[in-house]
Ligand binder design. Structure first.
Ligand SMILES: CSC[C@H]1O[C@H](OP(=O)(O)O)[C@H](O)[C@@H]1O
Ligand SMILES: Nc1ncnc2[nH]cnc12
Length: 295
């Protein structure tokens, strides 16, 4: 019998497959929130069953605003994923964070404007705390995987950082970039929100591996960001991500750390189950019934 995937990986720009996956097979997932970005690729890394999804679809066909984040996370949950690693290209907003540096964001500022940010509503109310938007245990595993990966060890690792998430698809104006710096942002991207919010609603332990490709447009001497510049740095970042993520997944499989995410709904759900509309209960069932995974 095939095991349910313990770990999920969402590959961002430049990361459209997972080379380390063994016994790989494609599965098309359906969700009450519509279709995910692409077919999932299920397989294993060592003994750890894994589900991989290309965030923008293979061939990079979806804008950040077009990604169906709810479907992606719901499908991960349906598959049984407990730990989710998200890989992302980001710009730097800070002088001490350079292209090719690695960042494990611990905070986010959500400036997105036209995305569905919650599974709840329409008869079911929940208010999930975003005080700790990511799982520290998964971040620690990523840090250990980076420390153990030749090629990644030489990169500067920033173990914390605030990720400003913009709607895109345009890169920022200079005034915006300076405003994001003044807000306290360290890095900037277009995809980790609402992905991290939805993962927490789904009680999945989520962490993001952010790989810097550019200095956005605030730097007095460095080239302003363009897709071309980002893609150039993405190539070497993606090759490294393959190795770091494979190692992190294997570590998650053997360590299976506890996470605050596993009971994120315990204090968040307001509507009693018996008052939830039947069709909403059906849609949310994979999120609400976590008996199999109780921490
Ligand atoms: C091609 S550079 C801009 C693009 O890259 C980032 O995406 P992801 O987080 O999926 O790696 C950024 O958010 C933009 O979508
Ligand atoms: N400067 C930037 N702004 C937004 N998203 C990005 N992804 C990579 N670089 C970026």
């Amino acid at each position: 019998m095939t095991q349910r995937p313990l770990a999920g990986v969402i590959g961002g720009s430049g990361l459209y497959d997972m080379e380390a996956l063994e016994d790989a097979r494609e599965v098309t997932m359906d969700t009450p929130f519509g279709p995910p970005s692409d077919a999932f690729v299920l397989g294993r890394i060592g003994d750890t069953p894994v589900a991989f999804l290309a965030r923008h679809g293979r061939g990079h066909r979806l804008l950040p605003s077009e990604v169906n984040y709810r479907a992606n996370i719901h499908a991960m949950k349906q598959l049984g994923v407990r730990y989710l690693i998200s890989v992302s290209a980001v710009g730097s907003l800070a002088p001490d964070r350079a292209p090719l540096d690695l960042v494990l964001p611990d905070q986010f500022i959500d400036l997105t404007k036209r995305r569905e940010t919650s599974f709840f509503g329409d008869g079911v109310v929940a208010h999930v705390s975003m005080a700790q938007p990511v799982c520290h245990a998964v971040r620690e595993v990523l840090a250990s995987a980076i420390a153990a990966t030749p090629g990644a060890q030489e990169r500067q690792l920033h173990r914390q950082g605030t990720y400003v998430c913009i709607e895109g698809p345009h890169f920022s104006s200079l005034a915006e970039s300076r405003w994001y710096q003044a807000m306290g942002g360290h890095i900037i991207g277009m995809t980790n929100m609402p992905e991290a919010k939805l993962a927490l609603e789904a009680q999945i332990a989520y962490a993001s591996l952010a790989m810097i490709t550019d200095y956005d447009c605030w730097h007095p001497h460095e080239e302003n960001v363009s897709a071309d510049l980002a893609l150039r740095n993405l190539l070497s970042n993606a090759a490294l991500a393959q190795q770091v993520v494979a190692r992190a997944v294997a570590m998650l499989g053997s360590e299976r750390p506890a996470s605050h995410a596993f009971d994120a709904l315990r204090t968040a759900l307001v509507t009693p189950r018996e008052r939830m509309p039947a069709h909403r209960l059906a849609a949310l069932e994979p999120l609400l019934s976590d008996k199999e995974h109780a921490s």
